[in-house]
Design a protein around this ligand. Structure first.
Ligand SMILES: [Zn+2]
Length: 83
């Protein structure tokens, strides 16, 4: 029977920023049964969880991409209209 999945396992599976797709820059685990984890991406977004305290996954440093993604969507909208 498989071990129950930990929040740290969810972070361990990420190879790209879930917001913008930037590559993983580094990943560390620590604490009891390595339940705590922190992952940082090249866009500077950081997601972490502190397993010993059952702290939910949090986003310590935000991905700067959403505004860029929105700008790209607006630009596509413009291109469709201009075509
Ligand atoms: Zn990102």
């Amino acid at each position: 029977m498989a071990e129950p999945m930990l929040r740290a396992d969810v972070l361990a599976l990420l190879s790209n920023c879930p917001v913008c797709g930037s590559a993983k820059a580094d990943f560390t685990r620590w604490g009891t049964e390595e339940k705590s984890a922190r992952v940082r991406f090249e866009c500077s977004a950081v997601f972490s969880t502190f397993g010993d305290a059952e702290i939910e996954v949090s986003n310590r440093d935000q991905c700067p991409a959403p505004s860029r993604v929105a700008a790209s969507a607006l630009e596509r909208e413009f291109s469709r209209g201009a075509a």
